[in-house]
Design a protein around this ligand. Structure first.
Ligand SMILES: CC(C)(COP(=O)(O)OP(=O)(O)OC[C@H]1O[C@@H](n2cnc3c(N)ncnc32)[C@H](O)[C@@H]1OP(=O)(O)O)[C@@H](O)C(=O)NCCC(=O)NCCS
Length: 102
């Protein structure tokens, strides 16, 4: 995760998260992070990151998750972008596996 701006001691960290994309067992959550100056209320966008979660059952194996319903154009855009990032992550994972097995 890269920080565009520092978060100072005493500032409040505000995180806004959204489910961008859902696969069969995994999902991408986008997180936008802000630092809030509690005296002025001023918000600074410090970084954005994308996290992947995999749903697991009692045995620890991946389990299917409910479909994502995109209600707005913004939801749809996030979904399309999330799907593309997921595709690239798998490509990177496979390339890394191949590299290790050489
Ligand atoms: C998490 C865990 C249960 C997944 O099991 P797995 O056998 O690797 O799972 P699969 O290969 O079937 O992949 C499961 C899902 O993760 C996705 N996935 C796998 N590797 C991924 C990667 N590098 N980036 C993004 N998504 C990935 C797959 O596409 C699949 O999603 P989908 O069903 O929506 O298509 C397993 O890796 C595990 O137990 N790991 C140990 C615990 C762990 O690593 N925890 C994370 C600590 S931060």
């Amino acid at each position: 995760m890269d920080f565009r701006l520092p978060i100072m001691i005493g500032e409040l960290v505000v995180m806004k998260a959204s489910v961008n994309w859902v696969g069969r067992t995994s999902m991408e959550i986008g997180v936008k992070v802000f630092a809030e100056n509690i005296l002025t209320g001023n918000l600074r966008h410090t970084n954005t990151c994308y996290t992947t979660f995999v749903a697991i059952d009692e045995a620890g194996g991946p389990v299917e998750v409910p479909r994502l319903v995109c209600e707005t154009d913004e939801d749809q855009r996030r979904n399309t972008d999330g799907a593309e990032r997921h595709r690239r992550r798998l490509e990177e994972r496979d390339a890394e596996r191949k590299r290790r097995n050489k």
